[in-house]
Write a protein that binds this ligand. Sequence first.
Ligand code: GSH
Length: 194
Amino acid sequence: MSITVFGDSISGNCLKVKWTADRIGVPYRWVETDVLKGESRTPDFMARNPAGQVPLVVLEDGRALAQSNAIILHLAEGSDLIPKDSYERAKMFEWLFWEQYSHEPYVAVARFQMAYLGKARADLNPKIVERGKAALARLEMALEGSPFLVGHDLTLADIALVAYTRVAHEGGFDLADYPAIQRWIVRVEAALGL
Ligand SMILES: N[C@@H](CCC(=O)N[C@@H](CS)C(=O)NCC(=O)O)C(=O)O
């Protein structure tokens, strides 16, 4: 028996779960769930996750858990992906909450609308572009003086934030403007074996 991950491989939120499980050696069964075909909105899926979204994990005992950052926190409990020091752990949470409120809604949404809905960059809501750039600038500043987001080691903060940052160009953001981010992406990808 292993956990089951319902995920769409085009989704950074779902890849966070895959990378975390792979990194710490948690066995899982991946059930590809195509959001563009509405597969997260079927009655069967909605019974498991009333939010109608992936990623969704069903644990070995049948309990379900949604929200990418909640899932990776659960999977990584006790591992070196979560700092033992309470301040560093809280800094990691700071980045996880920021990712969901100030990064993903802009960087990921721009990418989804351009790469999967076929929108032109010029047709994106200017607020999405402006806030996406602000998020990338915030990350760039943090990474200018640090190899990873929290301290000197890979944590869940890096996994959560690299997911959509590494594909930000698909949303029209030019990563050439952010050299520290580019170096960090290479570092995180190497640490995850991507
Ligand atoms: N905050 C959630 C966001 C989940 C989310 O937006 N999932 C998208 C794919 S990335 C989805 O399932 N969309 C399909 C839908 O809403 O119907 C998380 O981090 O897990």
